[in-house]
Every structure is written in structure tokens, then in C-alpha cells.
Design a binder for this molecule. Sequence first.
Ligand SMILES: [Zn+2]
Ligand SMILES: [Zn+2]
Length: 272
Amino acid sequence: MDKEIEQQEEILHTQHADPEEVLEDVAFYRTLAANVCMIGKPDGEWVLVDTSIGRYSTRIIAAVEKRFGHNPPKAIILTHGHFDHAGSAKDLAKHWDIPIYIHAEELAYVTGEKGYPPADPTVGGGLLSLISTVFPKEPVNLKGLVFTLPDDGQIPLLNDWKYVHTPGHTPGHICLYREKDKTLITGDAVVTEKPESSLAVFLPIQKIHGPPSYLTQDWDKAEQSVKKLAQLEPNLVISGHGLPMDGETLREQLDDLATNFYSKSIPKHRKN
Ligand SMILES: [Zn+2]
Ligand SMILES: [Zn+2]
């Protein structure tokens, strides 16, 4: 199984070795697991958002150096603590000697005090399930490196961004939002590909989906969070899984998901 993942990583890496610029101060780096975002201009102060699974630190450092040269990030912000977003956080924070920030309600899950509920085996499948069987041998533990975000929505080092608390997928999940150009980084609150599909990561299809069903904890809260995001009427979404989306198509699909969340997102065999 490991070999299969390595092969898929190689194929993906040949297509997406570099960070892809979306705006002059926003780029993302595609991995076999979650996207890594980079907020800030190449010659200024900047932060990294999410860190993929635990084997990606070398590739992320290489991608960062391609865009930023020897200008490392000032902090890592985690949208939530799942292994496919927080997996390389420890190695990267140590490498650059920088802090990690996470929402207060997520902190206990990345300091060894609480564990996420086991993944729901009745939903999902595909690549995420495949990865999850191989990698999270132990939960992510960032004790000593991780700090809580302020509770007023501010994000350290990012003056024109705020975070939006979007619980449901996990209790302390956040999205990052910039009002002035309506740019939204959604983590897993909504995604633009289905990580349950083993081929999705290779296909240039963009469609707004609810949170990955495989690991979502509270569907009622997830629905409220999607409604909150739809009300922002974003111009551009960069999600944790999939390619960026923008404009009218994005807003229409997000509205549609917010209105029909139960029929579109929730697995038929939900257990929570
Ligand atoms: Zn997640
Ligand atoms: Zn994810």
C-alpha cells in the first residue's frame, strides 16, 4: 500500500512541484493529502497555512524556497489538527524555529490530551482512507510548539485577515478570510474535490463539496458553518483539498450546498 502511495506522490509531484500563485500574495502547494497555503508576498513577512501529512516537510521546504528564497515563514496557522493538515507542522516549526497557531477548541487534539473520534468506516474510501491506514501511527503532538489564536478573530502577522470559527468537521476548525478582496481559505469546512475519490487529486474538476465525510464529527455544526461561509459571498476559495475556485460559479455552488446541505453532504449511514 505504501508503494501505491509513493507512486501517486511521484506522479503528482511531476505535475505540481512548485507553489502555484493565485494572487500576488497568496499561493498554494498541492500534495497528495491536503493543500498547503502561503499568505504574504515573496519579499515580505508571510505565514504558512496547513502542512499536509507527516512525510512532506522536505518537499514543503523545497516548495517554499522556490517562492520565497531564504525568507522563511514567520508562523504556521493550522485550520484544524487532522493528520493530513498538521502532519508536518512539528518538523517545519522546528526547522524554521517558528510558532504554530490553532483555535483554542482544537488545542487539546494536538497536544495529546484528546483524540479525534475514530474515522467512520461506513463512509468514504478512496485516497484519504488509503492514506489514513498507513500514516497516522500516533496522533499529531505539537506540545511546546503550538499556541492558541486570539479569541477576537485576529491572526498573528496577518493584519487584513481574520479567522472564522467553523466547527463541525472538528470542534476548533477555522477558515481564514480577507474582507477586502473576499478571499477565503476553507481547510476542510468546504472542499473543491472529494478526498473520498482516489482519482480526484489528479483531475482538474472543481466543485464545492461539504467537509470530507470520512472524518467529520458534527454534521449539524458543519451545516451552520457552511451557511456562515456562504453569507460571506467569497470571490475566491482555496480549500484543503482540490483546486481554487472563484466568481459566480463558486458563490452559486456554495449557496446551493448551504441550502441543501443534508441531501448533498451527509453520508447516508451517518453515525453522529
Ligand atoms: Zn480534516
Ligand atoms: Zn483534510
